[in-house]
Design a protein around this ligand. Structure first.
Ligand SMILES: [Fe+2]
Length: 192
């Protein structure tokens, strides 16, 4: 993961199966607007994170504790890796593909984990026409012969955004149809 700090690297993926909290995820998927959003500074705040998530989300599933511990652990690793003074942690249910156009996030760095549903899609640097970003046309952003990459469900992706002083990762939400299942997405942003 330390390689993430190299200037030519804008994505690190930790491949792993989703944590064992199927009941908690099912409960979140069944809830109308489950959302947890909090700014955290320092290791002490992170120690409190599971109990804050417990009261905010109010899950009945016993394996909710596995989810809370996973979020706290990922936030700790991300803050350590990026030397963040603060991190903003956001867990919610995604029902649409609002970020359907390839883009670079307006942050320094972001961690994404899709606990349920399809993972984030991204493009290799050599597959991107950066001049076409922000113009709403994926076909112009993707160079001929390029392939869309996907972060597996449960895997941890740490990506650089446009405020890092090198090219950020070009990515988007996975396209969703009427038949697509909702996603449970964790986002953790680096704050100074
Ligand atoms: Fe994004």
């Amino acid at each position: 993961m330390e390689e993430f700090l190299q200037p030519e690297v804008n994505l690190a993926i930790l491949n792993r199966p989703p944590p064992s909290c199927a009941d908690a995820l099912k409960e979140l998927l069944g809830a109308s607007h489950p959302c947890f959003d909090i700014s955290v500074a320092g290791a002490e705040d992170l120690q409190d994170l599971p109990s804050r998530m417990r009261s905010a989300l109010g899950l009945r599933a016993a394996d909710g504790e596995v989810l809370y511990a996973d979020v706290a652990s990922l936030a700790g690793h991300f803050a350590h890796l990026t030397r963040a003074a603060r991190v903003q942690i956001h867990l919610h249910k995604v029902l649409s593909d609002n970020c359907q156009f390839f883009h670079v996030d307006k942050v320094e760095a972001r961690l994404l984990t899709t606990y349920a549903g399809l993972g984030t899609q991204w493009l290799r640097n050599q597959d991107v026409n950066r001049r076409a970003l922000g113009r709403g046309k994926n076909s112009r952003i993707m160079l001929d012969g390029s392939e869309i990459q996907s972060v597996p469900t449960g895997a941890v992706a740490i990506m650089k955004g446009e405020r890092w002083n090198s090219d950020g990762l070009v990515h988007r939400s996975p396209p969703m149809s009427r038949d697509s299942s909702a996603r449970i997405l964790l986002r953790i942003d680096l704050k100074r």
